[in-house]
Design a protein around this ligand. Structure first.
Ligand code: FAD
Length: 374
């Protein structure tokens, strides 16, 4: 059997789901191919923090833009997605981290992100369960939280209402020159192919610089009101930047349901999806440094997922040397946030529409050039 559509999206994580929805909205015919089930990759393992980050101007532009798209979409999201905006507090444990809080405050303010500096007392008032004293923090009020797999399910169902076809349980074995071969031999033809296969995207487009970066999360019983914001230690940034060593950092999220989600870890070179008790212990120990009473809460589940990491910590969005294959991958720890911006940028590119932010910093060609000049 052979089917033809304008666009084939490979992978039904949050990025593929967003791309399918965005393309279907513009009237393109869309086929989504997912080797497992919707959100069975990193999306189903993620925290769902919709967060603005400023490690680089390009990261700031994409996270800010994407967050605004989530805000636009929010009124349409079903209640099951549990979207709300508790805001983030970046916690400074010492003067060095407080200096980083001030830098972040200046950078966000000049980028028109509403935020406020907290001293130690204001931080303790905002989050009484934090250890005291702490030096201070930065409250970023617009950051949101959602249930990532339910958000992906919603985007896929909206795409299907617009006529998109979903094929699950079959992997794309290869994709080039407008032709996708599935694992059971079926061929699908499409004018454009979007590789949104996350950490597995290099298996479809060999040679792209995406590596697996394992992460663990822990879920507790519901404790409504235990915390009021997503709380992240500033050391999280060091952990996210580390390019080789295993790292853990304190990051805790209050879900709308009252459950708490405790993160997070980062590991390269470990492709075993099994939960590692040593890493869980290290995460809980780190969390207890910031929130001593956490150790007495009941945890009900832990799991792992694989982020898709690129060498320069920016996603790959846009065309490849094969004019029919586009990439939407490499979103590392920010793909829930940046899925909507990624999809809009790709659709703008495909339809030659003006984009709200330049696509250039995310174009896959930048890494090819980087490789060639080494
Ligand atoms: C522990 C953890 C916490 C995180 N927390 C956050 C957070 O708070 N905020 C945030 O913004 N991001 C977070 N992330 C990052 C986020 O989860 C990812 O960036 C995002 O889910 C990437 O989405 P994706 O659709 O590209 O990839 P995936 O969700 O991995 O989806 C790819 C899909 O492609 C399918 N696939 C693979 N190969 C094939 C093939 N050959 N054919 C067909 N289908 C295929 C897979 O089955 C999968 O469903 C977190 C990640 C982890 C691991």
């Amino acid at each position: 059997m052979s089917a033809i559509s304008d666009v084939a999206v490979l992978g039904a994580g949050i990025v593929g789901a967003a791309c399918a929805f965005e393309c279907a909205r513009t009237g393109m015919s869309v086929t989504i191919i997912e080797r497992g089930a919707v959100a069975s990759g990193a999306t189903g393992a993620a925290m769902g923090h919709i967060v603005v980050m400023d490690d680089s101007p390009a990261q700031f532009a994409l996270t800010k833009y994407s967050q605004s798209l989530w805000e636009e979409l929010a009124p349409q999201l079903p209640a099951s997605v549990e979207y709300y905006r508790p805001g983030t507090i970046w916690i400074a444990a010492d003067d060095e981290e407080m200096a980083e809080v001030r830098r972040k405050h200046a950078s966000y303010t000049s980028g028109k992100i509403h935020c406020a500096l907290l001293d130690g007392k204001a931080l303790a008032d905002a989050e009484p369960n934090l250890r005291q004293p702490l030096t201070g923090g930065l409250l970023v009020g617009n950051d949101a939280v959602l249930h990532p797999d339910r958000a992906a399910q919603y985007l896929i169902s909206e795409a299907r209402k617009l006529g998109a076809q979903l094929i699950t349980g079959h992997a794309a074995r290869s994709a080039s020159r407008g032709r996708i071969t599935l694992d059971h031999g079926e061929a699908i033809h499409a004018g454009a192919i979007i590789n949104a296969a996350g950490a597995l995207s290099p298996s479809i487009t060999p040679g792209i610089q995406v590596k697996k970066r394992k992460g663990h999360l822990i879920l507790t019983d519901p404790y409504p009101g235990y915390i009021h914001h997503q709380l992240v230690e500033l050391g999280y940034l060091k952990s996210a930047h580390a390019s080789t060593a295993d790292s853990v950092a304190f990051n805790i999220q209050p879900r709308l349901s009252g459950h708490l989600l405790i993160g997070s870890s980062r590991q390269y070179g470990n492709e075993d999806p099994a939960v590692d008790q040593h890493i869980l212990d290290a995460m809980m120990e780190r969390a207890a440094v910031y929130m001593p009473s956490l150790s007495s809460l009941t945890t009900i589940r832990s799991w792992t997922g694989f982020r898709a990491a690129t060498p320069d910590k920016l996603p790959l969005i846009g065309p490849t040397e094969d004019p029919t294959v586009l990439l939407a991958t490499g979103h590392e720890g920010l793909g829930i946030t940046t899925s909507l911006g990624t999809a809009r940028l790709l659709a703008d590119h495909m339809l030659r529409r003006p984009a709200a932010i330049p696509i250039d910093p995310y174009l896959p060609a930048r890494l090819t050039t980087l490789q060639e000049t080494r």
